[in-house]
Design a protein. Structure first.
Length: 372
């Protein structure tokens, strides 16, 4: 998958952007506040329907306008072109389009544009909440297993119903039983999907870990969300009284996590900030590799402010692996020379350069501006 064309209207300070990215490497530079991260945010919106910076839609819409639109032309791995688009209005109304027709949700766009983001928030993967790591696992599961998302949606619905029953003063066991049965079936299904993906992932991650951070004793474990020695149906029965007291379902696939440890201790508490970043880079690159190995497709990498996040040596390492993956990347930074030097001499690829200035994005060739 590659993004052949990107059109942005009224997203933050980007009032009208129309660019034709390189299918390989795109370097986006400009002063602080010029709009670089917003360009990546636009691609992320197209891919996932949501921003990586805000859960709200209003901050995304240009202050002078009442809606934003992002449109992209995706070149798929079977060599066809698919136009996809998203727009959001002040009043919250959202519309998603793929191939010229409205689709119900952002999830319907997600399959067209598998995107990996590396930014300062990504580096909090280790110390953030389990939800962040669950989303990390589920990115892969979503993209490789078509039955995962329907099961995931169904389990959210099921948990909502079960939790509302748990909060009643009196619970009729006959009313709870069908929800429990459905919950057990879906939970086991989701756990099975995740287990299969994690087996592939662990293999690749072990190789990349040695490249990025060669420290003994690093282990990656998948926690399913309940005691691994017990059947989920027994766990539900055992925790019923507690679930009732607190009004929610304690154990289950909605509590899954990745446990990353160094000699048995939490990696976030042992590794230096720099080592944590390298570990996260290894996780992110492994994710893309496994995705490609299983599906034969490629994901797009968005790397925000690369020079600010990694020193020169480790920048070169990340660039080396992105280059080896031969996938489309968008990388931002304040200084063009620093960005360019990360690629020059290290790869055979000539990146496309884009300069961002007060919300205007222009392609630069041999230091001359050729397009708006
Ligand atoms: N809703 C909005 N309408 C108009 N402008 C906005 C809106 N939201 C943010 N901005 C402005 O848009 C600009 C884009 O910010 P962005 O984070 O993309 O810049 P950046 O180039 O990544 O900067 P930095 O190098 O500091 O990370 C900022 O100047 C910000 O103040
Ligand atoms: Mg930025």
């Amino acid at each position: 998958m590659t993004l052949k064309r990107l059109f942005i209207q009224n997203l933050r300070n980007l009032e009208g952007v129309d660019i034709t990215p390189s299918l390989q490497v795109n370097l986006i530079y400009g002063e602080n506040g010029s709009g670089k991260t917003s360009v990546l945010e636009a691609i992320n919106l197209l891919a996932l329907g949501r921003s990586f910076r805000s859960h709200k839609h209003k901050p995304l819409i240009n202050h002078q306008q009442s809606s934003f639109t992002v449109f992209g032309r995706v070149h798929t791995d079977d060599e066809s072109d698919v136009p996809i688009g998203i727009s959001r209005h002040m009043d919250g109304e959202a519309s998603f389009k793929a191939n010229g027709v409205l689709v119900p949700s952002a999830a319907d766009l997600a399959a067209y544009l598998p995107v990996q983001v590396i930014n300062s928030d990504t580096f909090l993967l280790l110390e953030g909440s389990p939800k962040v790591r669950r989303q990390f696992i589920d990115w892969l599961v979503f993209h490789v297993e078509p039955n995962f998302f329907p099961a995931w949606k169904a389990i959210q619905r099921c948990l909502k119903h079960r939790n509302s029953l748990l909060r009643r003063d009196r619970i009729d066991p006959f009313e709870l039983a069908p929800w429990d049965k459905e919950l057990v079936d879906l939970t086991n299904k989701i756990h099975e999907f995740r287990t299969q993906c994690m087996a592939h992932f662990n293999e690749t991650f072990a190789v990349l870990l040695k490249e990025f951070i060669n420290i003994d004793g690093i282990a990656l474990g998948y926690y399913r969300g309940w005691d691994k020695d017990k059947a989920y149906t027994d766990v539900l029965a055992d925790s019923l009284e507690r679930d009732k007291r607190q009004g929610y379902t304690h154990a289950g696939s909605h509590r899954a996590d990745l446990k990353i440890t160094v000699n048995g201790l939490d990696a976030a508490e042992v590794l230096s900030r720099g080592q944590q970043k390298l570990l996260v880079c290894a996780l992110k690159i492994a994710q893309g590799y496994v995705f490609t190995r299983i599906t034969g497709r490629k994901s797009i990498y968005l790397v925000d402010d690369l020079p600010a996040e990694l020193d020169e040596k480790h920048r070169a390492l990340l660039v080396h692996w992105l280059d080896t993956m031969n996938t489309q990347v968008f990388i931002t930074g304040v200084d063009s020379e620093t960005l360019l030097s990360s690629w020059r001499d290290k790869t055979k690829i000539t990146p496309k350069m884009f300069h961002v200035e007060q919300g205007r994005v222009t392609e630069v060739v041999n230091s001359s501006v050729i397009a708006q």
